[in-house]
Ligand binder design. Structure first.
Ligand code: SF4
Ligand code: ZN
Length: 719
């Protein structure tokens, strides 16, 4: 053990002297800006540790001072593991300075490396972590014994839906090995090549602290709390491969501060039950590489359900984002190149046969490579607890089910689907029939509680497909009307969503027919279906009870529920208000509404928009001030589509308050914006909303709004 600590000290010393040197150099340009792209948390790790907000080079000296203090503490303490932890932490903080300076010098990230993870990326990951499509986070330090071993470890992580961050050495290390083994890397395959620089692991830890700051509502400078949040809430671990050098040793021990267990396949001493990690496996050794990942999951208490789908290609959530380019595809269906449709409908129990696949199409070997063919997929399900309302919910999942197969790519839905099967999948003898196998297996797996039977028909004949499309269109119409027609007034129960409580412990989403969850992934019907499927899952029915304030959207039972589930943090909730007792935000919201007092209106910005906004902050900074399950009147995280709901801040005048939207979001919502504007008697309203082409300051947009006669100015004062 002493050896590891000694090494860590040595590594740490190196980072600190490098850091000091660079800080000295940077002093020449003391006003020079220093920042990572798209984050509200400055140099996040340093901000988390000491609350220091580094914006310019001159701020670096303060951070360096803190680092040195920590280092001196480490140096003067006895040779125990704690010494190593302190030294490691100092190394991480110094490494953060080095990487940020490289960002300023445009030396980072290098092509093909991801570098610093922007806030917008990890916010989107938040939902995946809570719904289980990502089961944990891993950092790989070092390199495997050979390329094949690297590929085995990567597959094993992918199969278990672990989002893995790869720290390259200057030589490339593990990433080089994967490249040679022909394993695809990138955000979309859950294998993220961070950077080739020695300081790389810092990107993993400055991501972790931002989860604590954002979802956990922690404040910068409270590192004890941040560490215990990470230790308890973030399912992360470190895989340490091969022999560790001094730098790696510093990072590995530094990582232990965050409660991340270390699983090594090399020769380091085990440490157990010292209280650094939640389950006591602080540092463990596993020499069998096929056992490495399962052992890591045990150590961090991560449980995953591996779905074994009976098809000849690999299957995992890690492949859901894979793209298949034209040159890589064997055949395609739909996407405007041919007619294609998918439809899922409820049948009676005696009308279908479970597990039956009816193939009315040619198989893949009979199709000409590189061409587009028509395709129709009809999924019929039956079950005693199946409801017609659940059809669209299961149908929407088909997309994910297909995409998780390696070599299958699917986008869009209904009669606009577009699908590709890769050459590699065909070579691995994947058949069109396997599409049905995937659906049979996944629908049974996920919807066991409501679906007893599944039967699938695959059509290839153009006329039969056209017939299915006409039939499907009537069904879509009926579904849409039913959903669009549903009002909050029509129901007695709303649904809660508590999924995000695993990261934002006090946050409660209340989902109503006219207000989706703020991540955009849950509608009232989803809540209802998910409760039906799993009554002890994340969604519960919430009775409205006695009306307290109809206009603001406040009910007695809803208040009671929210108070209980937010652990007393939220006493009153106005579902239709932005300014008084609004809904809280966790961190994974799609967009933020923010009041712009000078316009008597509000702006909405979504996380796709990285530019400046009229409230003086880009999305990331703005978002940084609304998370963590607190009520923040005047600011609120929302699902994008909620903007055009009749219940969107209706207590304060609703849609007519919206004065600014990013152009892209405006286009995305165009149809429903126009519809809603017409409904409130302002048919020209769409044209009155400013966007970044008009301006990104209040001064710039006010003349535009005045010229257009924007209605916000005539509404009662917001503040
Ligand atoms: Fe989280 Fe709310 Fe989405 Fe549920 S609905 S996953 S609580 S943001
Ligand atoms: Zn959330």
């Amino acid at each position: 053990m002493f050896e590891l600590i000694q090494l860590a000290i040595e590594g740490s010393k190196k980072f600190i002297s490098l850091g000091e040197g660079e800080v000295l150099l940077a002093r020449k340009d003391s006003e020079g800006l220093i920042q990572f792209p798209d984050t509200a948390y400055f140099l996040p790790l340093i901000f988390a540790l000491w609350g220091v907000e580094i914006k310019r080079n001159k701020d670096l000296s303060r951070a360096m001072h803190e680092i040195n203090k920590l280092w001196t503490e480490a140096e003067s303490s006895p040779l125990t593991l704690k010494k190593g932890l302190k030294a490691g932490l100092a190394a991480l903080a110094a490494a953060e300075i080095l990487s940020a300076l490289d960002y300023e010098k445009k030396k980072e990230p290098l092509p093909n490396w991801v570098g610093f993870i922007p806030d917008s990326t990890f916010r989107a990951l938040g939902v995946q972590l809570v719904d289980g499509s990502i089961s944990g986070l891993a950092l790989i330090i070092g390199q495997a014994r050979d390329d094949a071993a690297a590929s085995t470890i990567a597959r094993s992580l992918q199969e278990r839906n672990i989002l893995t961050f790869l720290a390259g050495k200057e030589s490339g290390g593990f990433t080089k090995q994967l490249e040679k083994a022909d394993v695809k890397m990138g955000l979309d395959t859950h294998l993220i090549p961070l950077s080739n620089k020695i300081y790389t692991p810092v990107y993993f830890f400055n991501l972790m602290v931002r989860v604590a700051l954002t979802f956990g509502g922690q404040k910068g400078g409270t590192f004890d709390k941040i560490f215990s949040y990470c230790r308890e809430k973030i399912p992360a671990f470190i895989l340490s491969l091969g022999k560790l050098n001094a730098e790696d040793s510093a990072f590995v021990l530094g990582g232990l501060n965050f409660g991340t267990p270390i699983i090594s396949e090399g020769d380091i001493p085990e440490v157990k039950g010292q209280g650094f990690t939640l389950y006591g496996d602080d540092i463990i050794v596993e020499k069998d590489i096929t056992r490495l990942v399962p052992r890591a999951l045990e150590a961090r208490g991560i449980k995953v359900k591996i779905t074994k789908v009976p098809i000849p290609v690999a299957y995992s959530g890690a492949f859901a984002g894979e793209r298949i380019r034209k040159e890589e595809m064997s055949v395609e269906f739909g996407g405007g190149r041919s007619r294609a449709v998918e439809l899922l409908i409820k049948k009676e129990m005696d009308e279908i046969e479970d597990g039956k696949i009816i193939m009315k199409t040619k198989e893949i070997d009979e199709l000409v490579e590189g061409k587009a063919y028509p395709l129709g997929i009809l999924v019929e399900v039956a079950g005693r607890k199946m409801q017609k309302d659940f059809e669209p919910i299961i149908e929407r999942q088909l997309h994910t089910f297909y995409n998780e197969a390696l070599g299958i790519w699917h986008i869009s839905s209904r009669d606009t689907i577009w699908m590709r099967i890769s050459k590699k999948a065909k070579e691995a003898s994947f058949k069109i029939k396997d599409l049905a196998e995937i659906l049979l297996c996944r629908i049974h797996g996920e919807y066991d509680a409501i679906v007893d039977k599944v039967q699938i028909t695959i059509l290839g004949d153009k006329e039969e497909i056209d017939e299915l499309i006409s039939r499907a269109r009537l069904i879509y119409l009926e579904r849409d009307e039913r959903l669009a027609g549903m009002k909050d007034e029509d129901v007695d129960v709303f649904y809660s969503c508590l999924l995000c409580q695993s990261f934002a412990p006090d946050h409660v989403c209340i989902i109503t027919p006219e207000r989706p969850g703020l991540c955009g992934a849950f509608s009232w019907l989803d809540g209802k279906a998910s409760y039906e499927i799993n009554p002890v899952g994340g969604n519960e029915p919430v009775k409205k009870g006695k009306t307290i304030d109809e206009k603001a959207g406040q009910w007695e039972e809803v208040n009671r529920y929210v108070k209980e589930k937010s652990h007393g943090r939220v006493e009153k909730l106005n579902l239709y208000s932005l300014m008084e007792n609004p809904l809280t935000s966790c961190g994974c919201f799609e967009a933020v509404v923010a009041v712009l007092p000078e316009t008597n209106g509000v702006m909405v910005v979504d996380r796709e928009h990285s530019g400046m906004t009229p409230c003086g902050m880009p999305f990331s900074t703005l978002a940084g001030s609304v998370g963590g399950g607190q009520q923040t009147p005047g600011f609120m995280g929302i699902g994008r589509k909620y903007v055009t709901s009749p219940k969107f801040m209706s207590n304060e005048g609703g849609l007519l308050r919206v004065v600014w939207l990013p152009k892209q979001l405006k286009e995305f919502l165009k149809e429903s914006l126009i519809k809603r504007a017409e409904a409130v008697g302002q048919p020209d309203f769409f044209e009155m909303i400013a966007d970044e082409t008009v301006g990104v300051t209040v001064e710039k947009i006010i003349p535009f709004l005045k010229k257009k006669g924007h209605p916000a100015f005539k509404l009662p004062p917001l503040l």
